[in-house]
Ligand binder design. Structure first.
Ligand code: LLP
Length: 445
């Protein structure tokens, strides 16, 4: 259940009217519902409970500390892809031992940081990365565990930018190379290779690619075990879909119904399962609030110009992603039957919803039917909890939006709206690297 509902023509997040938040905090503003967040987390946890998995929330989907803390308190570990995400996980009170660390481009500094923190597993994506982690583990006398990220060559049917499990993406190691990888590195003492990781893509709206890849991976695990290798952990990744439109994605129970039977026998024999969900937990737990600045026509097109665009929400312009958009306050006849269902078009106007950024690619929706809008109206962009704020930029020198977390009747600002000072904070004291006089030499400090 998503706790964003219209009451008397006004949209509420749990028991707080979104208009009231916009008045106090301004726009653009991301608003998250704690109840919705936890509902989605619990649904997934319950569905996969027979496997007793470690649920590593994928921080990259929504990395605000308040969100991370909420999920950590509910029992989640974290899926990390950078030193910055490890830093956030630690600030949120997550035990690094309950974290997995993936990513194709880990720097030496980040590897040292993760060794120092004793992260649960490094999800290793190449031979060269493995050798580097092993060498740094030896150098720092910090033994670590690793899982090999395997690319099963399965098409997840997602946007090509979020497809990772097909051959010839930069992620993981081809499944055909996995046995040789274990032969070469499987007995390393510094970096102990005891797991398999896969993540086939993000926003996978059917169960079939998961099943196909899991069958391939189970075959691989059997071959590795027959070859004398110990496999303690299988990280099946994230990628479960979210309902951007009603019933677009299978519910958590459906993914689990397909995957649990494939893995249960192995779990009973001691295999630890890890899952890395992001979007399925956070997408519908957040909305973006925008104010309409102007409405204008250009030829036959009608533009609703808002105070946030591709700088606040990149997904429509980058992936052509659909987000349901609707006014915060509507007349009775325009209350959507369900907020993501398409409506009877009577009384609606066809518009493009765009932002203030100086690019024609700056749009949030095109050819969309909305109730008539005017200057000052509040718009809500739904299902923006995942990959919304985290992908926001300061392009055109627009300060980053505020973030608010609602719980019941209370609302807290969990990230302040940036000010102009924040835009220039790192530019205030230019620091010389090379002297301009005489031979080029490094300056101290
Ligand atoms: N695990 C790994 C290794 C990942 O790379 C990702 C996402 C996840 C887990 C979480 O996937 P999720 O459960 O959220 O689908 N910016 C794109 C999505 C990029 C996903 C990147 N990796 C979007 O807005 O759709």
């Amino acid at each position: 259940m998503d706790h964003f509902l219209y009451k008397d023509g006004r949209l509420y997040c749990e028991e707080v009217a979104l208009e009231a938040i916009a008045e106090r905090v301004g726009t653009p503003c991301y608003v998250y519902s704690r109840r919705t967040l936890l509902d989605h987390y619990q649904r997934l946890a319950e569905a996969f409970a027979p496997l007793d998995p470690l649920i590593c929330y994928s921080i990259k989907s929504c990395s605000n500390l308040a969100i991370c803390r909420t999920l950590a308190e509910a029992g989640a570990g974290m899926d990390l892809v950078s030193g910055g995400e490890l830093h956030r996980a630690q600030l949120a009170g997550v035990d690094p031992a309950r974290c997995v660390y993936a990513g194709v481009g880990k720097t030496d500094g980040e590897i040292r940081q993760a060794l120092e923190a004793s992260v649960g597993w490094f999800n290793v994506e190449s031979e060269s990365e493995f050798r580097t982690i092993s060498a740094l583990a030896q150098e720092t006398s910090r033994r670590c565990r690793a899982a090999l990220r395997v690319n099963p060559d399965v098409n997840p049917g997602t946007h090509r930018y979020t497809t990772t499990g097909k051959r010839e993406t930069k992620f993981g190691v081809d499944i055909e190379r996995a046995e040789a990888f274990f032969e070469t590195y499987g007995r390393d003492r510094n970096c102990v290779l005891v797991g398999i990781h896969l993540h086939i893509g993000s926003g996978v709206n059917s169960t079939e690619p998961f099943v196909t890849s899991m069958r391939k991976i189970c075959g691989l695990i059997d071959a590795l075990v027959a070859g004398g290798h110990r496999i303690e952990m299988l990280d099946i990744g994230g990628g479960f879909g979210a309902d951007y439109e009603t019933h677009q994605a299978p519910p958590a129970s459906e993914y689990a119904a397909q995957l649990v039977p494939l893995l249960l026998g192995r779990v009973k024999k001691g295999l630890q399962i890890v899952i890395e969900p992001g979007r399925t937990i956070t997408a519908n737990a957040g909305v973006l609030l925008l104010r309409v600045l102007f409405v204008k026509s250009s030829g036959r097109r009608r533009f609703v110009i808002c105070d946030g665009g591709m700088n606040t929400l990149l997904r429509p312009s980058h992936y052509g992603a659909f987000h349901f958009i609707w006014p915060c306050r509507v007349r009775a006849e325009h209350v959507p039957p369900h907020r993501r269902e398409r409506m009877d078009l009577a009384g609606l106007v066809e518009v493009d919803v765009v932002g203030p950024i100086c690019e024609s690619g700056d749009f949030l929706a095109q050819d969309r039917h909305l109730p008539p809008l005017g200057r000052g109206d509040l718009l809500v962009v739904f299902s923006t909890g995942a990959y919304g704020m985290v992908m926001a930029s300061r392009y055109n020198s627009m300060p980053l939006p505020a973030e608010v977390l609602v719980e019941g009747r209370s609302a807290r600002v969990v990230r302040h709206r940036e000010r102009y000072d924040d835009l220039t904070a790192h530019e205030r004291e230019p620091a010389a690297i090379f002297a301009s006089d005489g031979p080029r030499r490094m300056l101290d400090g």
